[in-house]
Each structure stands twice: as structure tokens, then as C-alpha cells.
Design a protein around this ligand. Structure first.
Ligand code: HEC
Length: 151
């Protein structure tokens, strides 16, 4: 094998390898076939409506749903571009765990799994995800966060 051929092979191999490395994270962010996303009607309207008051009491002080509606610039919106950019492609489970273990972060209350699932349903509703027939439960939280399609 001549030197030219060897280096062409190496260049080829490196190109393929870097293409895979670049493609992998993008691929990982897509839901795999059959996996539900937040666009698949994974909560019910009644569940979301019922969580409106608890959300207002426990969460709204620090979390609006758009950047424009934030009371303080340091607060994080639970919707809108920064939120979707950060959470797109991740499982709703992650948000569930975060809420149950760390929110509200001033220690003013404690939320259990069921309450957090209801709050998540309200968050999905406020973000423009269409509701379905059944309320969001723990198994439904395996769904992947996507960008809302109905907005
Ligand atoms: C006193 C203010 C405060 C309250 C009340 C509060 N949070 Fe938070 N929340 C924060 C802060 C600050 C963060 C940023 C991460 C951290 O410091 O823990 C955060 C982060 C989050 C995140 C992750 C956001 C992201 O983009 O990564 C979620 C989801 C969340 N909170 C949900 C809730 C829910 C649901 C409630 C009501 C049960 C709630 N929070 C109540 C202050 C608050």
C-alpha cells in the first residue's frame, strides 16, 4: 500500500468517526420509535386545571412560563425558549425528580410524586401541549420533552 493510499484511508476513517461523534448527540435527542413525547396527550385537562391553584401558591412566585412574565430576571421560566432548549429531548421523569427533591427551593413546602405530576400537567398545558384522555402518571413521565406542536 502506498503512503497516499494509507493517509487517504486514515483521513476517511477520521471523517467517518467525527461525523458519528457529531451525529450522536443529535440522534440521542430524538425520541425513538414508539416512545411518547409531551405532544402525545400525556395529561388530562382536568388534572392540569386542578393544579392551577397549587401552582399559583407554591411555584408562581419564582416561575412564570415566559421570559417576559418573570418577576425577577434571575428567576427561571418553566416554558419558552430557554426552558425548551435546555429540556428538549430529556425525559419528563427528570423534571419530576427535580421538583420532588428540590422544589420549592426555599423550603416553604414539600411536594410528593402525585402533586408534582399534577404540577407537571399544568406546566404542559401552559406550554401549549395538547391534553389527552388520561391524567399524567409515573409511567407517563417516561415521555420525552419535545417542542409543542399545537402552538
Ligand atoms: C423561592 C423560589 C422558588 C419556588 C417557590 C419554586 N422554585 Fe423552582 N426553581 C427555583 C430556582 C432558583 C431554580 C433554579 C435551580 C435551583 O437553584 O435549584 C428552580 C428550578 C426549577 C426547575 C428547573 C428549571 C430549569 O430550567 O432547569 C423546575 C422544573 C422547577 N424549579 C419547578 C418548580 C415547581 C413545580 C415549583 C412549585 C412546587 C417551584 N419550582 C417552586 C426557585 C423556586
Amino acid at each position: 500500500m502506498t503512503f497516499d493510499k494509507t493517509s487517504a484511508l486514515i483521513t476517511g476513517a477520521v471523517t467517518v468517526w467525527s461525523a458519528c461523534a457529531l451525529a450522536a448527540p443529535a440522534f440521542a435527542r430524538k425520541a425513538t420509535a414508539g416512545q411518547k413525547t409531551t405532544n402525545d396527550g400525556i395529561y388530562s385537562r382536568a388534572q392540569a386545571d386542578a393544579a392551577k391553584a397549587p401552582y399559583a401558591k407554591l411555584c408562581s412566585e419564582c416561575h412564570a412560563f415566559t421570559v417576559a412574565a418573570l418577576k425577577q430576571p434571575k428567576d427561571l421560566p418553566l416554558g419558552d425558549e430557554p426552558f425548551l432548549k435546555k429540556w428538549e429531548g430529556r425525559a419528563l421523569d427528570e423534571l419530576l425528580t427535580l421538583i420532588v427533591t428540590t422544589m420549592p427551593n426555599d423550603g416553604s413546602a414539600v411536594v410528593n410524586d402525585e402533586e408534582a405530576l399534577n404540577l407537571l400537567a399544568y406546566m404542559l398545558q401552559q406550554n401549549g401541549f395538547a391534553p389527552g384522555k388520561a391524567p399524567l402518571d409515573k409511567s407517563g413521565a417516561a415521555a420525552v420533552i419535545a417542542r409543542p406542536t399545537q402552538k
